[in-house]
Design a binder for this molecule. Structure first.
Ligand SMILES: NC(=O)c1ccc[n+]([C@@H]2O[C@H](COP(=O)([O-])OP(=O)(O)OC[C@H]3O[C@@H](n4cnc5c(N)ncnc54)[C@H](O)[C@@H]3O)[C@@H](O)[C@H]2O)c1
Length: 251
């Protein structure tokens, strides 16, 4: 029987590519997104290529919404074995003038959201008694500080610690919890940041030892591995898919 995975942020970017990859590997995919239309688009494309998928709207910043997403997944597929939390937002800005509302929304989506989706899926896995695997999409910004990204960096550092805490707390339930932390990935989010002048493509390519942006498929490779039984003894780990960004400390 096909295993079931919930992918948040499935309507765009990393989440969309991860959904397609996991479907092609035989997972039934619950494609969840704040934007129900794009989630539906991902689910339909998966179905057109012979996979199994069901779209659901969710605001991961809201615990009740995450529980409702979980209930929809169970109504559709009967059980769940995996979660990939790809939903996220980006809003750079100077720390002296960053608004309280922007700070609170960033933490609400990127940190609270990671906890609420994990909690909803974790509760279900414990009810099932089957064990399972959770993967958060974190960022190299969990480790590396960028100016004008205080809320984003703080939230991603929080996700790295959340990964460790849930891993040790839920190991007894055979639930593994890991994170994948990309450097710049060529998605809508990055294209928007480049277009807004927040960062230059050439500068990114210079800064990354492997000399290119990550492709969403690079991230999907790491996610697929961490969800699989090949990673059955790996938990509490952040795997950085960064072309050497974090290793690089020279000029
Ligand atoms: N693109 C990069 O370079 C990069 C690098 C490192 C980490 N990341 C992280 O990867 C994740 C995905 O980024 P992406 O580049 O695919 O972005 P994206 O903008 O292409 O996709 C993000 C998706 O999340 C959804 N979303 C936003 N808020 C939501 C909410 N409250 N509830 C449910 N869904 C919501 C959006 O509708 C969108 O479909 C984010 O957490 C981001 O921080 C991205």
């Amino acid at each position: 029987m096909a295993k079931v995975v919930i992918v948040t942020g499935a309507g765009s970017g990393i989440g969309e590519i991860v959904s397609h990859r996991l479907a092609s590997e035989g997972w039934s995919v619950v494609a969840a997104d704040l934007n129900e239309e794009t989630a539906d688009g991902t689910a339909k494309q998966i179905a057109e290529t012979g996979g199994a998928a069901h779209a659901v709207g969710v605001d991961i910043a809201c615990a009740e919404s995450c529980e409702a997403m979980m209930a929809t997944a169970i109504a559709q597929f009967g059980r769940v074995e995996g979660l990939v939390n790809c939903a996220g937002i980006s809003k750079p800005g100077d720390s002296l003038t960053y608004s309280a509302a922007d700070w609170e929304r960033m933490i609400a989506v990127q940190l609270n959201g990671a906890f609420f989706v994990a909690q909803a899926v974790g509760r279900q896995l414990v009810r099932q008694g089957t064990g399972g695997a959770l993967v958060f999409i974190s960022s190299t910004n969990a480790e590396a500080a960028f100016p004008r990204r205080a809320a984003y960096c703080a939230a991603k550092a929080g996700v790295a610690m959340l990964t460790k805490v849930l891993a040790v707390e839920w190991a007894a339930h055979r639930i593994r919890v890991n994170a994948v932390g990309p450097a710049y990935v060529e998605t809508e989010m990055t294209v928007r940041n480049i277009a807004a002048g927040n960062v230059s493509r050439e500068a990114i390519e210079r800064r990354i030892p492997l000399g290119r942006l990550a492709q969403p498929g690079d991230v999907a490779d790491a996610v697929s591995f961490l969800l699989s039984d090949r990673a059955s003894f790996i938990t509490g780990h952040s795997l950085y898919v960064d072309g050497g960004w974090l290793a690089y400390g020279y000029l």
